[in-house]
Design a protein around this ligand. Structure first.
Ligand code: NAP
Length: 300
């Protein structure tokens, strides 16, 4: 851990799942004083050895913190946890909401922040388990009109610790919209990779022959190889779970439909993630949407 300086803010991080754990470690490496809370305490406890204080209640974690970061599953869990944190909140604290919650829940959370006199920042992140562990996330950040230079400066050490790049956008909602658009592309690639591998197998085509055919061509994609390799190697160690990918596909579909679009691809993605979850693959990496191609829990 580097030595703490007077300019470093104290941070409360709520949620030490796949993403929160890596983010916490990088905050600690940057010398930022950190209190963490996680519903399942054992998932946060390894951070004690790195210098974090692990709290039993969200209110204890946020009490006195300059900046609160939420990295929880979805809008309802963020709302529930921040409501529980209420007794520890103080007017003027900055709340950087980094979970992917979609547009409707973002409004609810912004209202909760207004009620509590918190400075609300809409800060979803791009990148998965490894970029989170390596401090290489991209932070999409947007604040209210008054998210002045001084607020940006106050949160900069936090975003610099967890990310390689911060993209500032001009109003709450803009960061979530960019995140949804980006995840729309990721979900489409992921489900297409799984379905294409399943189709190859069902038609008696060697999936490796398919991968070799596209390699280096215009339709090639590193993401195809990443997800197809996970399927072929049967390695579903989660970087991003099927369950949460399904949540995102639903948020993308809702956002597009609210804007008047037919969201055929997001609908199909939501259906595939939902079916894979129902088959028992929800905790696996999103590559396991592949299993949605089959009737049972195993292909063939
Ligand atoms: N993984 C990625 O690639 C990635 C990338 C960018 C953004 N995101 C977004 O970042 C957020 C976290 O993702 P993750 O991959 O870190 O997920 P994760 O490993 O599944 O962690 C989810 C976290 O939310 C907590 N949680 C769930 N339901 C809760 C509830 N009702 N009350 C309190 N806590 C609850 C979990 O606590 P327990 O430990 O007790 O279950 C855990 O801390 C999600 O919004 C996700 O969409 C993920």
């Amino acid at each position: 851990m580097t030595e703490q300086t007077a300019s470093e803010p104290s941070v409360a991080l709520l949620g030490t799942g796949i993403m929160g754990l890596g983010m916490a470690r990088n905050l600690l490496r940057a010398g930022i004083p950190l209190r963490v809370w996680n519903r399942t305490r054992s998932r946060a406890e390894p951070l004690e050895a790195d210098g974090a204080a692990v709290c039993d209640e969200p209110a204890d974690a946020v009490r006195g913190a300059d900046i609160i970061v939420t990295m929880l599953a979805d809008g309802p869990s963020v709302f529930e946890v921040m409501a529980a944190a209420g007794p520890g909140l103080t007017a003027g604290q900055i709340w950087a909401q980094a979970s992917t919650v979609g547009l409707a829940w973002l409004d609810e959370l912004a209202e909760l922040a207004r009620d509590r006199d918190l400075v609300f920042l809409d800060t979803p992140v791009l990148g998965t388990r490894k970029p989170a562990a390596d401090g290489q996330l991209t932070v999409f950040a947007a604040g209210p009109d008054e998210a002045s230079h001084s607020i940006r400066e106050r949160v900069r050490p936090v975003f610099d610790a967890v990310g390689r790049k911060t993209v500032w956008l001009d109003e709450v909602g803009a960061a979530t919209r960019l995140k949804l658009v980006t995840n729309s592309w990721i979900a489409a690639l992921n489900v297409a990779a799984g379905e294409t591998v399943a189709l190859a197998q069902a038609l008696g085509v060697d999936p490796e022959a398919f991968l070799q055919t596209v390699t280096g061509g215009l339709m090639d994609s590193p993401y195809l190889h990443l997800k197809a390799r996970a399927i072929l190697d049967e390695d579903y160690t989660p970087s991003f779970t099927v369950t949460l990918a399904g949540k995102d596909a639903r948020l993308i579909k809702e956002a597009g439909e609210a804007a008047g679009l037919h969201m055929d691809v997001a609908s199909a993605a939501a259906e595939r993630f939902g079916r894979a979850t129902a088959l028992g693959h929800g905790d696996k990496d999103m590559a396991a949407a592949y299993f949605a191609s089959f009737d049972g829990t195993s292909p063939g």
